[in-house]
Design a protein around this ligand. Structure first.
Ligand code: ZN
Length: 137
């Protein structure tokens, strides 16, 4: 699916600036505002930070992007993968860990434990796995 189709399908108007922001996010995967801004400004020289921010915000609201915060650094980044998935946090890096089996297992487990009220459903499960280098003694 092309960038234009993706933006259209999300119910947003396709503008050249939106296309550039989406394409930059496709290249970056997970990225903080500053990274996105410099990559976008390298392609569109007169775009302002507030415009980029507004576009990112509209993408999040349209479920075209997601937002995640790094559990250790607390820094938030935009995520090109908007569907339910998990993350491996390796140092400052965040890597997608797409495993629907894990999500299904957690849903089953929480249902068995009656964690969720009967009139509620689990909308999203997002596991963050933080890894560390093994220290050898
Ligand atoms: Zn992700």
């Amino acid at each position: 699916m092309t960038t234009t189709d993706k933006i259209k399908q999300a119910g947003l108007k396709v503008t050249p600036q939106r296309r550039v922001v989406y394409e930059v996010m496709t290249e970056l995967g997970h990225a903080q505002m500053e990274e996105i801004l410099s990559a976008v400004q390298a392609k569109v020289c007169n775009i302002t930070p507030s415009t980029v921010y507004r576009i990112l915000d509209s993408f999040c609201k349209a479920n075209l992007l997601a937002m995640i915060c790094h559990p250790e650094t607390g820094k938030c980044c935009y995520d090109i993968t908007a569907h339910e998935h998990h993350h491996l946090c390796v140092g400052n890096k965040i890597v997608d860990f797409d495993d629907s089996e894990l999500s299904a297992m957690i849903r089953r487990y929480l249902k068995e434990k009656h964690v969720v009220e009967s009139d509620e459903e689990i909308a999203k499960i997002q596991v963050q796995i933080i890894t560390d280098k093994k220290t050898t003694k």
